[in-house]
Design a protein around this ligand. Structure first.
Ligand code: MG
Length: 363
């Protein structure tokens, strides 16, 4: 049965950051949140969203409004693959690219919200349905500006709360400082807590190999974005030279980029970000592709949406804890025994507070 899209709208809402967040190359300034609303002739409405951490939000909104929404009205909302492909093809001059992928994601997540609501099913079941509760690790206690003492206190608090892992930023000017900070945390928490590190693309291959060798005795679970995301050969060389699993994906914008990393053995953990890859439709393809390579998926940020996607797939290992939607939602993500629990409500399962969203609307 054809379900026709009769109305589509988009807007931009700025969210203040919940805490100071810094890494080796940047600070998270504000969350520019691009919303899309799609209404169909059977009276249902889907809400999707996408984001940036401080720049480009107005460009994403313009791409959605000027080029995607006009093609949506009149389309069959149940043909999600067809709509995605049509929008992708219609933006040929700027595809693949960050702005276009973020724009596609805002539309695609709205179509998935609609699909789930019409089916009366939560996203985690309709997208695959593997397990409702997924392990959660904390990033909020590991920012680069924090002192070693603050890192230790953060990791101990996460451990006491029953969480299985924490992530710490690395990339201090001197290798010794990274090692001292991580050693202090490892000594405090003992061997029973997963510790991940994240360099945010700040290193050369030679420097990453030097740092990885120094960090190996600390039993790290992964080394995230050691190099610029377009340096596949560098990641491949690093992966061959260290026992620490190399994690990449938060700065990649298409399925084919993941295919190349996986084919070359350059990624041991895949961190596809549902907004940056163009939505749930391509995200699931990346997750299944990774499964075929026996690689786990630990997506970047957006925990409120990724909890349902990690719960949908068999190779989802972790959700990253960075709460950022609390100001514009009426309920929070459920956390039980160090696990994030995917919501049962039909749709994406995010309980938006539309008054709070409107209050922060900038375009
Ligand atoms: Mg990262």
């Amino acid at each position: 049965m054809t379900i026709t899209i009769v109305e589509a709208a988009a807007w931009l809402t700025d969210l203040e950051v919940e805490t100071v967040r810094t890494d080796a190359v940047q600070a998270f300034l504000k969350q520019e949140t691009i919303f899309v609303s799609v209404t169909t002739d059977d009276g249902n409405t889907g809400i999707g969203y996408s984001y940036t951490i401080g720049t480009g939000g107005s460009s994403v909104l313009a791409m959605v409004r000027d080029h995607l929404l006009p093609r949506l009205v009149g389309a069959d909302a149940t043909l999600v693959e067809q709509v995605w492909r049509d929008l992708f093809a219609s933006t040929r001059a700027t595809t693949v690219g960050a702005i276009t992928s973020l724009a596609l994601a805002a539309v695609d997540t709205a179509l998935w919200d609609l699909r789930c609501k019409r089916a009366g099913e939560p996203l985690w079941r309709l997208a695959g349905g593997f397990r409702q509760a997924v392990p959660l690790y904390d990033t909020e206690g590991g920012w680069l500006h924090l002192s070693a003492g603050e890192l230790v206190r953060g990791a101990l608090a996460s451990q006491a709360a029953g969480w299985p892992g924490v992530k710490l930023k690395v990339g201090k000017p001197r290798l010794e400082e990274d090692v001292e900070r991580l050693r202090a945390v490892r000594e405090a928490v003992g061997p029973g807590l997963d510790i991940m590190v994240d360099a945010n693309q700040s290193m050369t291959c030679a420097e990453a190999r030097r740092r990885a060798a120094a960090l190996e005795p600390l039993g790290l679970s992964w080394f995230e974005e050691p190099l610029p995301a377009d340096d596949v050969a560098g990641h491949e060389a690093l992966a061959r030279s260290t026992t620490i699993p190399v994690a990449v994906g938060e700065s990649m914008y298409s399925v084919s980029q993941f295919r190349e990393y996986l084919q070359r053995g350059a990624a041991a953990i895949v961190q596809a970000d549902v907004a940056r890859v163009g939505g749930i439709t391509p995200w699931l393809k990346i997750a299944h592709l990774a499964e075929a390579f026996n690689v786990d998926v630990c997506p970047h940020f957006l925990m409120e949406l990724h909890v349902s996607l990690v719960a949908a797939i068999p190779n989802g290992r972790y959700v990253e804890h960075i709460p950022q939607l609390r100001a514009i939602t009426r309920s929070q993500m459920r956390i039980e025994d160090g696990h994030a629990v995917a919501p049962d409500a039909p749709g994406l399962g995010i309980d938006w507070d539309f008054d709070a969203i409107d209050d922060r609307r900038v375009a």
